[in-house]
Design a protein around this ligand. Structure first.
Ligand SMILES: [Zn+2]
Length: 140
């Protein structure tokens, strides 16, 4: 049995905003900030070099479609996508809307550190439904 936190989370019917044959994006409970999603590879793999060519090509499409939907829905010009993969070794990206009211000293690499302060599960669910609709409307 795989004890990966992200693989386990995926089986608990999370709020999904994006899915294709390789990737899915969901609201992750500890990061339930409006406009923040964990985009995870559907199979368990660790590290960027572990991607197959189809997975890598699909990643570009997924990031483009998801960040476009987040940009429109959250009315922000800035969407970050980071891939740490250190605490949870599953290959995943954290896609984060950077709200306009985030102070300059909390932007860029420091934004993820603000998660505990920014978590708002109720608003995150409402925003997720809108992002999911925007992703669907923008489908190629
Ligand atoms: Zn995993």
């Amino acid at each position: 049995m795989n004890d990966c936190l992200l693989c386990t989370h995926a089986s608990t019917a999370p709020t999904e905003v994006y899915r294709d044959d390789w990737w899915a994006a969901t609201v992750f409970p500890a990061l339930a900030v409006p406009g923040w999603y964990v985009l995870r590879l559907l199979r368990h793999a660790e590290g960027l070099a572990a991607m197959t060519q189809p997975e890598a090509e699909a990643l570009g499409r997924a990031l483009r479609r998801l960040s476009g939907a987040v940009t429109v829905t959250c009315r922000t010009d800035v969407v970050y996508a980071t891939c740490f993969g250190e605490d949870n070794r599953h290959l995943h990206w954290l896609v984060m809307a950077r709200a306009d009211d985030i102070p300059s000293e909390q932007r860029r690499g420091r934004l993820a550190e603000q998660a505990a302060r920014l978590v708002d599960p109720a608003r995150a669910q409402v925003t997720a439904a809108r992002v999911r609709d925007a992703v669907t409307e923008a489908a190629p």
